[in-house]
Design a protein around this ligand. Structure first.
Ligand SMILES: Cc1cc2nc3c(=O)[nH]c(=O)nc-3n(C[C@H](O)[C@H](O)[C@H](O)COP(=O)(O)O)c2cc1C
Length: 394
């Protein structure tokens, strides 16, 4: 293990290391959120409104973190969520991340905006970990103005053997991310001397990426024989988003895809009820890590309403602000089946590639295991109904 990882005892410590490792525009792209970043902060602080009420004499000598989700055995309730451009933080960043997840028997959800194509990711993970990991590879898509492109991505996901499709619904317009605007990391990107200076100032990153930088693109959008630049692609992607999307579009994806289908970016209990009616297999309570609608309800606060509305009919997952194993425990205590992490795994990736992502997953699992041991609960599947998570404020 690299020395810096050995000293990184927490996700927060990895964030600090990522800040040292990455050029400022890239660190801010991961770390930042929309406008005043209130939702980002509130996602994290919402976990402080809840506490663990432990029962030490329940005798939890051995803890079982595993669970079954959509028929697949997962080693832990921590999943790796979709994040665009991971290949910019580490060479072949998506593949490195997917392999770290595969190594631990965790789900990896590829973003629509990955640098490598969804096919290349599938082949690379199959080469290293065999076909059995396929069901734990999920693919995230949007509803585009050109509905044929949504259909194309879903078809490609099927052909490449992905185990689930995740439709993100909170990205129908681009959020106003002011750090990115200042840094020129906007859509389309604006790179001048100041940005190149920032890149060159982080020499180890630049050296590591030297062979990759001119290949950085949005792999899934590149058309054969096209000469479109990344800036052109980014502009085209943004113009493809469709605020007119609606439940008919979810119904269309449902008709097309017969595997597990999840909606990501849902906060309202009524939408959760409609998702069940639409035949969706799971919902992800999320506000895109505060990167879209600043002022949106923090995920953990939205969770109980969604859990109540869904009433056990489909799994409810959550992302946003998970930084400790104790946060995972609280989310599960409030009825989530599993959680996804966004920024934390990217911080690990930026510091040490596959090993860094593995370190994040291991750290969160070890913390969750310790909380379970101290709280007296033997299995993650028993956290929810046990009244071990109680409200303290807010
Ligand atoms: C750099 C970055 C890129 C992201 N790209 C996507 C994306 O392409 N699709 C998507 O559905 N969510 C995307 N997200 C949102 C994450 O999937 C997730 O909802 C969010 O990061 C969770 O909050 P957390 O970062 O506090 O864990 C992105 C998040 C980050 C930090």
């Amino acid at each position: 293990m690299t020395t810096s990882l050995q000293r990184a005892y927490s996700v927060a410590a990895l964030r600090a290391l990522a800040q040292q490792a990455l050029p400022r525009p890239l660190f801010d792209f991961i770390d930042g959120a929309a406008e005043d970043e209130w939702t980002l902060r509130a996602n994290e602080s919402a976990f402080d409104d809840w506490a663990v009420l432990p029962r030490p004499l329940e005798g939890a000598a051995q803890r079982d973190l595993s669970l079954t989700l959509f028929g697949q055995r997962l080693a832990s309730p921590v999943l790796v969520g979709p994040t665009g451009l991971a290949g910019l933080f580490w060479p072949q960043g998506e593949i490195a991340t997917a392999r770290a997840a595969a190594e631990r028997g965790a789900v990896y959800c590829l973003s629509h905006g990955s640098v490598c194509t969804l096919e290349a990711l599938a082949q690379a993970v199959e080469r290293s970990h065999g076909a059995e990991q396929a069901a734990r590879r999920w693919m995230q898509v949007f509803i585009y103005k050109d509905r044929a492109f949504t259909r194309e991505l879903v078809d490609r996901a099927r052909q490449a053997g992905y185990g689930a499709v995740v439709v993100t619904i909170d990205n129908q317009l681009l959020g106003k991310r002011e750090r990115d605007l200042v840094n020129g990391f906007s859509s389309p990107p604006r790179f001048g001397p100041r940005q190149w200076l920032a890149f060159a100032s982080k020499f180890p990153w630049w050296w590591r990426m030297r062979g990759e930088l001119d290949r950085i693109t949005f792999g899934n959008y590149v058309r054969e024989n096209s000469r479109e630049t990344v800036a052109g692609l980014a502009g085209r992607m943004a113009s493809m988003l469709d605020p007119a999307m609606n439940w008919d579009d979810i119904a269309a994806v449902r008709r097309q895809w017969d595997g597990p289908l999840l909606i990501k970016g849902l906060l309202h209990p009524e939408d959760a009820r409609r998702a069940v009616q639409a035949g969706v297999d799971g919902v992800i309570v999320s506000n895109h890590g505060g990167r879209q609608l600043d002022g949106a309800l923090p995920s953990l606060r939205a969770l109980p309403g969604v859990v109540q509305a869904v009433d056990g009919r489909i799994p409810v997952l959550l992302d946003g602000g998970v930084r400790r194993g104790g946060d995972v425990f609280k989310a599960l205590g409030l009825g989530a089946t599993a959680v996804l992490i966004g920024r934390p795994h990217l911080w690990g990736l930026a510091v040490a590639g596959q090993e860094g992502v593995a370190h994040v997953l291991k750290t969160l699992d070890a913390e969750l295991d310790r909380v379970m041991g101290l709280a007296g609960v033997e299995a993650v599947t028993r956290i929810a109904p046990s009244g071990l998570v109680v409200r303290v404020q807010g």
